[in-house]
Write a protein that binds this ligand. Structure first.
Ligand code: AMP
Ligand code: GLY
Length: 413
């Protein structure tokens, strides 16, 4: 098969790495890719729908795998399907599960999915009056896509008021014209990603993200500084509960609405004292969750992706290594604030088979590998348990030349 991966982050490098290992993959393309996917790169931006469609037709691409949320919410999958091309990823309507938090809440309510109580506001005055009434802590969320920064967990009413004013005042552009004000939940968070073909869902190993920039969950939120999979508190019973109460009802509801969900449904869960609650849906693979998941997936991924795209996932098995994986993100100094680019990177000459260094923001210039983004590398290893995987991943970070690299020392601790 000719396979096109759309995107250019660590997630896409991990997907390309796994796809390239499949005997079913004849030609692989990554658009636009990064330094880690250089041998497969095509210089087309992930948001350029006409150019990607034209490329897929011209190169006879048999399957397109869409990584990031933007092209999904813009309708890349629909444009490709209109040309009878197979796509892994939801169409624009189903992608609204991530693109609009108000829509997601509507689906959760209709499907009976347990979630935080929440109200939608389009008027600032009404939102502020509601905060005065309910008090804090309380959670304020921009309705639309805000690169993971549109959620503010306000400890005080003053903080909540400020969040409303900032979001509705245009901090996230049109994404903040509508906001949600939500009950503040507490508990452990876990991400469950599932392969979906519109009807059948196959869960992946559960993953725990580390969103804060610094050790001990301090500092600002980021796209994710590292993950471990599976988290020590995750159990088969919790997985069964999440599938029964969240994933399957969501798929049924989307099908009923005429927008069946295909691709990766990623549910952000919180394990509260009152049971499991959904915090959000994402309509794609996570980054850096995917780096750890690809290390653990034993099955060939290509038949799974193809079954999600074309139906028949009930006939395809996803087998996982009975091991643990850890991914440590090495970021540019200053991330998630302002950071320099063009930092020279040197990689270890040999990487053991239980590990991989996935590139997120890198570029080759002449023969030099340079940083080209905030999150630069995802150093990933698996092992018989989390402690072993963690030790292997951190040992590998020691062998990487990356002056000023910023990374957490407590992933999976
Ligand atoms: P989201 O993008 O909706 O997952 O929100 C980002 C982060 O905000 C989550 O990973 C949680 O840590 C936090 N969060 C979101 N919703 C709530 C809530 N209702 N209560 C407490 N924390 C929340
Ligand atoms: N790591 C969180 C996400 O991909 O949304």
């Amino acid at each position: 098969m000719n396979i096109l991966v759309v995107g250019g982050g660590g997630r896409e490098h991990a997907l390309a790495w796994k796809i390239a290992a499949s005997p079913l993959c004849r030609r692989l393309y990554v658009a636009p890719g990064n330094g880690g996917t250089a041998e497969w790169n095509v210089p087309i931006a992930a948001g350029d729908i006409p150019a990607l469609t034209e490329f897929a037709l011209r190169q006879k691409v048999d399957l397109t795998v869409i990584g990031p949320e933007e092209p999904l919410t813009l309708g890349l999958a629909d444009a490709l399907r209109a040309e009878n091309l197979a796509v892994f990823g939801p169409g624009r309507l189903a992608a609204r599960l991530e693109g609009s938090k108000a829509f997601a809440k509507e689906v959760m309510a209709a499907a009976g999915v347990p979630a935080a109580a929440s109200r939608v506001f389009t008027e600032q005055a009404a939102a502020l009056a509601y905060i005065d009434e309910t008090g804090a802590p309380i959670v304020i969320k921009a309705d639309g896509l805000a690169a993971g920064k549109g959620v503010i967990v306000a400890r005080t009413q003053a903080e909540a008021r400020q969040a409303v004013q900032s979001i509705m005042g245009g901090a996230f552009g049109a994404a903040g014209a509508r906001i949600l004000i939500e009950e503040c939940l507490t508990g452990r968070e876990v991400s469950l990603l599932c392969f979906c073909d519109g009807e059948t869902a196959r869960p992946m190993v559960a993953v725990q993200d580390h969103k804060r920039a610094r050790d001990g969950d301090e500092g600002p939120n980021t796209g994710g500084m590292g993950v471990c999979a599976p988290p020590p508190f995750w159990t088969p019973a919790l997985e069964a509960e999440a599938m029964a109460k969240v994933v399957r009802p969501t798929l049924l509801e989307m099908k009923r609405r005429g927008a069946p969900f295909t691709g990766t449904l990623f549910v952000g869960l919180m394990l509260t004292a009152d049971g499991l609650r959904v915090l959000e849906y994402n309509v794609r693979f996570g980054d850096p969750e995917t780096q750890a998941l690809m290390m653990l997936l034993r099955s060939d991924i290509v038949p799974l992706l193809a079954a999600c795209a074309s139906g028949g996932l009930n006939m395809a098995a996803a087998l996982w290594r009975p091991e643990a994986a850890v991914c440590v993100v090495m970021a540019a100094p200053g991330y998630p604030g302002a950071y320099p680019r063009d930092i020279p990177i040197t990689l270890p000459r040999e990487i053991p088979e239980y590990a991989a260094v996935f590139h997120a923001g890198t570029i080759w210039r002449e023969d030099a590998l340079l940083s080209a983004g905030g999150r630069v590398l995802g150093v990933t290893a698996r092992g018989p348990d989390l402690a072993a995987a963690r030790a292997r991943a951190y040992a590998l970070t020691e062998e990487i030349g990356f002056p000023g690299a910023h990374f957490r020392r407590d992933i999976a601790r």
